[in-house]
Write a protein that binds this ligand. Structure first.
Ligand SMILES: C[S@@+](CC[C@H](N)C(=O)[O-])C[C@H]1O[C@@H](n2cnc3c(N)ncnc32)[C@H](O)[C@@H]1O
Length: 411
């Protein structure tokens, strides 16, 4: 990424060179995307750990929005472009050790040494998209890669300067968007007198498991216990090592099939992200059986119904492998959602990230309400499975618990 000859060394942080470089960068309305300035560790001559600047549009006029971060809080100030020079001079008088200037054309990574020397590395742009000012914000993630750099580095998503690793972009976005749904549900749960209990089924390398724990405990400041379950012994051993090295005492990991895991206490929230094939059904059915108040599942590859869809009317679709697969995916997820509704969950199905981040981008979110076995939904469900001549895996997994609803309806 770096080319040696593009590196620049400036003698003093207050030289006009650095100041002008930043001011010119910020004023360029065509290319400027984001500026991040981070304080030297252990330097407390001013309260801000970090300052970020981005362009915003307010009532049709371009401003530069400065965010001043202090620990987990921040304050925001919007300045007109002609005030920016003064603000940059003011901020450069403090001991920032790292500055990143992102434009659509290049990235500048600036390090200021203890002696005040300035080293500038030029790199390819990591934010090529022009910011959409009309929305008044660049997409902000709950776990921003520059703000939560230590945590995201520890779980292997970013490198030591907060850049998302090339093969991790999809996972970074998936985990962040998943966290948005978790946050909404945590607020709905409103548990006050004990830690929230979460199980992440098919946790794999546990990116989501750790992110859920960190976000709820460290950012929302809500006590939480998080358990990760997976059949893969190696990845569970690694997750346990990581948990221990990060001192995440309220996390537990177990090697187990989802359907065989018996938690000591009822989970409040059941998660699964890309648990393969019918492992998603295991996760949802375990959530239902254990009376989990919330179930959030993002299904992965599904094979169960691919070769069971023989309804002649649909031959124009089912004769083409790719279309049959997509139809089977849609039917499988519809049935999962219907079963959740029948079992008393208010359920919605959303696209949680755009397809560029993963084609497996359907999220099923369910919140337990009191009403079970709603006759209208049971009737819909029965007509639907009868039409296709199928009994989905999740229905079989739920066994008697589900059969009761069907029976009640027949009577
Ligand atoms: C595609 S990975 C996803 C991992 C993780 N949730 C993520 O999104 O990064 C699917 C994981 O589910 C696990 N898995 C599949 N079937 C399972 C089952 N029946 N019980 C427990 N784990 C299962 C696999 O071992 C694998 O680690």
């Amino acid at each position: 990424m770096w080319t040696e000859e593009e590196n620049i060394k400036i003698k003093n942080r207050n030289t006009r060179n650095l100041r002008d470089l930043l001011i010119d960068g910020l004023k360029d309305s065509e290319t400027f995307v984001l500026l991040i300035m981070s304080r030297k560790k252990g330097d407390y001559d001013f309260p801000w750990t970090k300052i970020t600047v981005r362009p915003v549009e307010i009532k049709g006029k371009r401003f530069l929005q400065f965010k001043y971060f202090e620990s987990l809080k921040h304050i925001t100030k919007n300045y007109e472009p002609n005030q920016v020079g003064e603000k940059i001079i003011e901020t450069l008088s403090h001991n920032f050790s790292e500055i990143h200037l992102h434009s659509t054309e290049k990235d500048l990574h600036i390090k200021i040494t203890r002696k005040g020397n300035v080293l500038i590395n030029k790199g390819k742009p990591t934010r090529r998209m022009k910011p959409d000012l009309s929305h008044d914000r660049i997409k902000e993630y709950p776990l921003d890669s520059k703000i939560h750099i230590k945590f995201l580095q520890a779980i292997g998503i970013v490198n030591n300067i907060g850049e998302i690793k090339p093969n991790m972009h999809g996972k970074f976005v998936q985990v962040n968007e998943f966290i948005r749904s978790i946050e909404i549900m945590v607020k709905k749960l409103n548990i006050k007198n004990r830690p929230i209990r979460i199980i992440d089924y098919g946790c794999g390398k546990a990116y989501l498991t750790f992110a859920a724990y960190y976000y709820i405990k460290e950012i929302l400041k809500i006590p939480v216990n998080v358990t990760g379950i997976d059949t893969n012994e190696d990845i569970i051993a690694k997750a346990i090592d990581l948990r221990d090295s990060l001192n995440c005492e309220e996390m537990a990991f177990f090697i187990s099939r989802i359907e065989e895991f018996e938690p000591e206490e009822t989970p409040d929230m059941t998660l699964s992200l890309h648990a393969c094939d019918t492992a998603t059904d295991e996760a949802i059915s375990r959530g239902i059986m254990l009376n989990s108040k919330i179930i959030i599942a993002v299904p992965c590859c599904q094979h169960e119904l691919h070769h069971k869809l023989s309804e002649p009317l649909f031959k124009p679709i089912t004769q083409h492998g790719i279309l049959r697969e997509r139809l089977a995916d849609i039917i499988t997820d519809s049935l999962r959602a219907s079963i959740l509704r029948i079992m008393g969950y208010r359920t919605d199905v959303i696209e949680f990230v755009s397809v560029e981040h993963t084609t497996k981008n359907v999220m099923i979110r369910a919140f337990k309400t009191t009403k079970t076995c709603n006759d209208i939904v049971v009737a819909e469900y029965r007509r639907f499975v009868d039409f296709w001549g199928i009994t989905p895996a999740i229905q079989i997994m739920l066994g008697e618990r589900f059969e009761k609803c069907l029976k009640n309806y027949s009577e």
